[in-house]
Design a protein around this ligand. Structure first.
Ligand code: BG6
Length: 496
C-alpha cells in the first residue's frame, strides 16, 4: 500500500507517541481508529517505540486485546492483513483496564506511562461525552497530563450550549485550548480539504464567490442507512444535533468564510467563527417557516424493504425525534446578504450523497431569443461522497441548425485524476493530532457559536410541539422540504 501513497507521505516518520485510547474496545475505536492507525503504520509512519494503549473498563489481557483489534482490522482496514506487518503493528498495541468513575483504577495506566513523560502523550476520548469530565479529572488528578499532552474529544460535544460549555470548562481545567483537539470527522475528508484548495488555491472563483454572482447554495448530506444499532443514542440526539450542528455547519463555514490571511489553525478558525456568528438566528415563528423536520417510516432502500424509525431497536414508542432536517440559513454579511444557504440531511434517503451545489446568477442580459434560452444556470457541484468530484455546469449550444442553449457538465473525478489512494478522514485527523496541527479541529468558541444558533431551532420545535413530518424510507424526505426551496423559486439539485 505504501507504493500508492503520495511521495511526501512516504518519507516522514512521526515523532514518538503514547496514544491512550479511552473506549479502546468501543465501536469507533474498532471500526475506524485502529484500522486507520494500522494503515498509517503500514505506510511506514510509526517510530519504533510508539505505543497505542487501549483503555476500557473490561479486564482483558494484552493478547486478548490484540486478537480483538486484529479481527476488526481484518474487516475494516480495507485490505488483507499481511501477517508480518500485523505482527509488527501488534508490537505497538497495549491494553489497560481503567474506569473514569473509579480513581483507584488508574494505577495500571500510571504504571504504563511512568518514565515516558518526554514522549508525546495523547489522550483520545472515544467514549460517551458524559464521561469526558470524569476522565479528564482523573487524568489531571493522577498527574498524567504532561505539559505537552493532547486530548482528543469525539462528538457529540454536548447536547446544547449549556452542556457543551460545561464540557469545555471541565476539559479546560486540565488542558489549555491548544492542547484540545475536538473532532468533526467531516473536516478530515479529502473532499473538504479540496474545498479549501478550490477556494483559496485558485484565482478563478473568488471574484464570483459572493452575492450578485451566486444565487443560492445547497448543502446536502444524505444517508441510506437508518439508525442501525444506535437507536437509543440517536433518539436522544436527532438529525439537527447529530449532523447539522457539526458537519453541515462546518461545510457551510468553509464555503462562506473570508479568505484567511494564512493557513494557520487560528487564522482559519477565526474566519469560520465569524460565519457562525453572522448566521441570522432562526427562532420563534421563523422556526416553522424556515425549517422542516422529518422522520422515516417503513419503505424500501435500494430495493430492500426497511423498517420505519419507530420500529428500530432502542427507539421508544411514539418518539418525535427527527431523522431528517431541511432548513434555510442566511448569513448577514456584505458578501452573503440575500444569498440563501439551504441545508438538508437525513437518514434512510434515496441515495448516499454528500454534495454542495453553488448556483450562479443569470446572465445580466440575454442576446438569445426565447426559443434558444435555457432555464438552467451555471452551477458548481462539489461532491464529497460517494465520489470526490467537482462539476462545473455551463451552457453550450445544442448541436444542430438552430441556436439552442443546453447545460453540459465539465467534470473532474479527483481520485481518477490523481490516481492515488486517498487518506480516510481518521487517518488524516490522527496524523494531524500526532503532528499537533489544529487546523481541522473545532475551537471552543466555534462550538459555542454553533450551539447558540442551533438551540433556538430545537426550542422552537419543542414549543410548537412540532411533530416531525413522516417520509417514506428510500425517498428524498418529506414534501415540505421541497416546498421550503421551491417557494423561493429554486429546486433541490436531485429534483432538477
Ligand atoms: C456521524 C453521525 O457523525 O456521521 C452519524 O453521528 C452519521 O449518524 C455519520 O451516520 C455520517 O458520516 P459519513 O462519513 O458516513 O458521511
Amino acid at each position: 500500500m505504501a507504493g500508492t501513497m503520495p511521495e511526501n507521505e512516504r518519507m516522514q516518520t512521526w515523532q514518538s507517541f503514547d496514544l491512550v485510547l479511552f473506549g479502546g474496545t468501543g465501536d469507533l475505536a474498532m471500526r475506524k481508529l485502529l484500522p486507520a492507525l494500522y494503515r498509517r503504520f503500514v505506510a511506514g509512519l510509526f517510530p519504533a517505540d510508539a505505543r497505542i494503549i487501549g483503555v476500557a473498563r473490561g479486564q482483558l489481557t494484552r493478547e486478548a486485546y490484540i486478537a480483538q483489534v486484529e479481527a476488526s482490522c481484518g474487516v475494516h482496514a480495507g485490505e488483507n492483513l499481511d501477517p508480518a506487518k500485523w505482527t509488527a503493528f501488534a508490537y505497538h498495541l497495549h491494553y489497560v483496564s481503567a474506569d473514569g468513575a473509579r480513581p483507584e483504577s488508574f494505577g495500571p495506566l500510571q504504571e504504563l506511562l511512568r518514565g515516558r513523560e518526554s514522549v508525546q502523550r495523547i489522550f483520545f476520548l472515544s467514549v460517551a461525552p458524559t464521561l469526558f469530565a470524569a476522565i479528564c479529572d482523573q487524568i489531571g488528578r493522577s498527574g498524567l497530563a504532561t505539559p505537552g499532552a493532547r486530548v482528543v474529544l469525539e462528538k457529540p460535544l454536548g447536547q446544547d450550549l449549556a452542556s457543551a460549555s460545561g464540557i469545555n470548562r471541565h476539559v479546560g481545567a486540565i488542558f489549555s485550548e491548544p492542547q484540545i483537539f475536538r473532532i468533526d470527522h467531516y473536516l478530515g475528508k479529502e473532499a473538504v480539504q479540496n474545498l479549501l484548495a478550490l477556494r483559496f488555491g485558485n484565482a478563478l472563483f473568488e471574484p464570483l464567490w459572493r452575492r450578485g454572482r451566486i444565487r443560492h447554495v445547497q448543502i446536502t448530506v444524505a444517508e441510506t442507512l437508518g439508525v442501525e444499532t444506535r437507536g437509543g443514542f440517536y433518539d436522544q440526539t436527532g438529525a439537527l444535533r447529530d449532523m447539522v450542528q457539526n458537519h453541515l455547519l462546518q461545510l457551510l463555514c468553509i464555503i462562506a468564510m473570508e479568505p484567511p490571511a494564512t493557513g494557520d489553525a487560528d487564522a482559519m478558525r477565526d474566519e469560520k467563527l465569524k460565519v457562525l456568528r453572522a448566521l441570522r438566528p432562526i427562532a420563534g415563528e421563523d422556526v416553522q417557516a424556515r425549517t422542516v423536520r422529518g422522520q422515516y417510516k417503513a419503505g424500501a432502500v435500494g430495493g430492500r424493504p426497511v423498517a420505519g424509525y419507530l420500529d428500530e431497536t432502542g427507539v421508544p414508542p411514539g418518539s418525535t425525534t427527527e431523522t431528517f432536517v431541511a432548513l434555510k440559513a442566511e448569513i448577514d454579511t456584505w458578501r452573503w446578504a440575500g444569498v440563501p444557504f439551504y441545508l438538508r440531511t437525513g437518514k434512510r434517503l434515496q441515495e448516499k450523497l454528500s454534495e454542495i451545489v453553488i448556483t450562479f446568477d443569470d446572465v445580466p442580459h440575454s442576446i438569445f431569443d426565447a426559443a434558444a434560452r435555457s432555464p438552467a444556470r451555471n452551477k458548481l457541484t462539489i461532491a464529497l461522497q460517494p465520489k470526490d468530484s467537482i462539476t462545473l455546469t455551463i451552457l453550450a449550444k445544442n448541436p444542430g441548425e438552430t441556436m439552442r442553449l443546453k447545460p453540459v457538465d465539465l467534470s473532474l473525478d479527483l481520485a481518477e485524476s490523481f490516481k492515488t489512494r486517498q487518506l480516510d478522514a481518521y487517518e488524516r485527523l490522527l496524523t494531524d493530532i500526532i503532528k499537533g496541527n489544529l487546523t481541522l479541529f473545532m475551537r471552543a468558541d466555534e462550538l459555542d457559536a454553533a450551539w447558540r444558533w442551533i438551540d433556538p431551532i430545537r426550542d422552537g420545535w419543542l414549543r410548537h410541539d412540532d411533530a416531525p413530518r413522516l417520509y417514506t424510507a428510500g425517498t428524498w424526505g418529506p414534501a415540505a422540504a421541497s416546498s421550503l426551496i421551491t417557494r423561493d423559486g429554486f429546486t433541490w439539485n436531485d429534483e432538477t
